[in-house]
Design a protein around this ligand. Structure first.
Ligand code: MN
Length: 201
């Protein structure tokens, strides 16, 4: 795991995102962080992140997670992010990589349901339990055979397992606010003094 791609994509003189200079975000090692950031960039998506080996493994989920086990949500794996990033909420300046508003939609910890996480990631099937404020219970990430439309990004599916936390309720519309600040995207945009770009949710 490396944060080189993360650093290469960003200008830390311009964006207020963490610069990845603090290993483990200056945190003592204990539980593994899980976070979902709602990100209004050129397209609205949800960034799903799991701490592993000192970084946040990251997937962009265009439609966000679903509590319905019959629904498979596309999750495109993107560059690893620093642990510090888990609590980042604010505005990435326009014309910068990922420019737009970021909300911490859910945060908590996760537990692997397998012994070898690295082997599970290589194999392309990771089962895990989430202990978030909004998302709980058993989930799986499954890598698909190949990218869609010739995309080189690694495509996975995020799926809820059947358990007592499964539901057909739309958690995204039922609980739209930041888990840290209770704000909606436009409130976060305004607080940073930024001009709202299509922040309509
Ligand atoms: Mn994003």
């Amino acid at each position: 795991m490396s944060l080189k791609k993360y650093q290469k994509k960003r200008n830390f003189n311009v964006t207020s995102e963490p610069d990845a200079s603090r290993p483990n975000g200056g945190r003592s090692k204990k539980d593994l962080i899980y976070v979902i950031q709602k990100h209004q960039a050129s397209h609205l998506h949800y960034d799903f992140r799991l701490e592993w080996n000192g970084v946040l493994l990251s997937w962009a989920v265009p439609k966000g997670p679903s509590l319905d086990p019959s629904v498979k949500r596309l999750a495109a794996q993107v560059e690893d992010h620093p642990i510090d990033y888990a609590s980042f909420e604010g505005v990435i300046p326009e014309r910068q990589y990922g420019g737009g508003t970021v909300m911490v939609w859910d945060i908590g910890t996760w537990t692997p349901e397998v012994h070898g996480v690295d082997a599970a990631l290589r194999k392309g099937e990771l089962k895990f339990t989430l202990h978030g404020s909004k998302l709980k219970g058993s989930w799986v990430l499954i890598r698909t055979k190949s990218g869609f439309g010739g995309s080189k990004r690694r495509q996975w599916l995020l799926i809820k397992h059947r358990d007592r936390y499964a539901s057909t309720q739309d958690i995204l519309t039922k609980k739209p606010r930041s888990v840290l600040s209770r704000r909606l995207l436009p409130g976060i945009t305004r607080a940073s003094g930024g001009v709202s770009i299509k922040a309509d949710k």
